[in-house]
Design a protein around this ligand. Structure first.
Ligand SMILES: C=CC1=C(C)c2cc3[nH]c(cc4nc(cc5[nH]c(cc1n2)c(C)c5CCC(=O)O)C(CCC(=O)O)=C4C)c(C)c3C=C
Ligand SMILES: [Fe+2]
Length: 411
């Protein structure tokens, strides 16, 4: 399939204006996706000061959005596939890929010419840039096997470590907000761009999939600083430990023994962790810092001066979060976002916390022992409750012209 170029959203508006009227978007469904033209000279001549850095390439050895520096906004959307057969799944994945291709390039679907039909694109990003949009697809174990039965003939291609995260001692999970056949992580520097993508993935799934749940996240930071979570602590510091190509190979990218489609992929673990802000806010600074074994302001580990100074676990409280993580001697790549779900009307407490997302090549070895240890001993447990969970296998990166999951569905 040759990649057909869309037009930049700014160009789209410009052309619409020069025609004296907004272009009527009419073709329904995905027939019109990818048929837009790219007026290259316009895209270059008037880019509103944007640079190519605002686009993150969707194609490559790995999917974008995994080791990509974290954008400010994230949506996680989980779907259950309702399509009857593999051909319908393929159509859906093709449509999603085409949409992701256009969105990450800062382009729009071509307008249709039939005003009697719904517009092809919902339109809220027509004058917005790509804003570093990334789209990362992951597959849950239920896409392969449901109630022990092969689904879509994929059972033999189940990746080595794909399973739901086993029940943990302190879990308080909502099954309706957990798991799913497919999870799409959408991230961008502009919330409307991110939401637009999430919304259109839902729209395009009509008839082939249904949404299970959607989560919205945000982080602080920028300027290369580690973002702070809602407890006010720098969160993500230790990612620096594996921030090299070799480090990502040993921590993030799935490899040996995996089915071909998983090569260059990764496992996404998800935990929605409610953080008890009112309890935390009443605790002393000393208790807060003892909880992590790091100083709040600088982010340095106990006994150290700077955020990135090497941690000496023996200087950290026994039950501190970082000390427990170090005990497992494992590394994971964390890409968490804060969330707020308003206020619990029964208690008046703020409903907020962390959408913990981590990527690893082998969750059984790297993540589960850590999670078990933390759930049984972590000082953080006094202030946090795990309320939702998920594990998804994210395929390797796409070549241009390929659709997501093609090597899984067609090999
Ligand atoms: C099982 C995995 C983890 C869960 C779940 C988790 C929840 C969680 N974490 C914080 C805040 C911080 N975590 C920090 C470090 C850290 N956390 C994990 C794993 C889980 N966290 C690891 C592997 C590490 C790195 C440890 C290391 O090697 O140094 C930190 C310290 C700064 C940092 O490195 O990011 C903070 C702060 C919260 C609030 C939370 C759930 C609500
Ligand atoms: Fe943590």
């Amino acid at each position: 399939m040759e990649r057909e170029k869309g037009m930049s959203r700014r160009d789209f508006l410009k052309i619409s204006a020069s025609l004296g009227a907004g272009l009527a978007i009419g073709a329904s469904g995905m027939a019109a996706i990818g048929k837009a033209v790219q007026p290259a000279e316009l895209a270059i001549a008037d880019n509103g000061g944007l640079t190519t850095e605002e686009r993150i390439p969707m194609y490559g050895e790995h999917q974008a959005g995994i080791v990509t520096p974290q954008q400010t906004y994230m949506y996680l959307v989980s779907f259950r596939i309702t399509a009857a057969d593999r051909a319908a799944v393929i159509r859906l994945f093709r449509d999603w890929t085409k949409f992701a291709d256009l969105g990450t390039a800062g382009s729009s679907m071509k307008s249709g010419s039939n005003p009697q039909l719904p517009p092809s694109d919902t339109g809220e990003t027509l004058d917005l840039p790509a804003a570093k949009l990334t789209v990362t697809f992951g597959f849950g174990s239920s896409l392969f096997l449901q109630d022990g039965k092969d689904r879509f003939g994929l059972a033999s291609k189940l990746p080595l470590y794909l399973q739901d995260i086993p029940r943990m001692p302190r879990d308080n999970l909502d099954p309706l907000m957990s798991g799913g056949d497919v999870c799409i992580q959408v991230c961008a520097e502009d919330q409307q761009v991110a939401f637009h993508a999430a919304r259109n993935f839902i729209r395009l799934s009509t008839g082939s999939a249904a949404v299970n749940w959607l989560q919205e996240g945000f982080i602080s930071g920028g300027g290369g600083k580690t973002p702070r979570n809602l407890f006010g602590f720098k969160d993500g510091t230790a990612n620096r430990l594996h921030d090299t190509p070799g480090g990502y190979d040993s921590v993030v990218w799935a490899g040996d023994g995996e089915p071909d489609w998983m090569r260059g992929g990764s496992y996404m673990a998800y935990r929605k962790v409610r953080m008890l802000l009112e309890v935390w806010d009443r605790s002393s600074l000393a208790d807060q810092e003892d909880t992590f074994g790091r100083y709040k302001e600088s982010g340095a580990a106990y006994g150290r001066k700077e955020e990135f100074d090497e941690v000496d676990p023996s200087q950290l409280p026994d039950r501190s979060h970082v000390r427990l993580a170090k005990e497992t001697k494992q590394l994971i790549h964390r890409r968490g976002y804060s969330y707020t779900d308003g206020v619990d009307p029964r208690t008046g407490n703020i409903d907020a916390g962390l959408l913990f997302v981590s990527y690893q090549r082998n969750p059984e070895e790297q993540l589960l022992p850590m999670l078990k240890l933390m759930q049984s001993r972590d000082a953080l447990n006094e202030y946090a409750v795990h309320v939702a969970s998920g594990m998804f296998a994210c395929p390797g990166g796409l070549r241009e012209g390929e659709y997501i999951g093609q090597r899984l569905l067609e090999s």
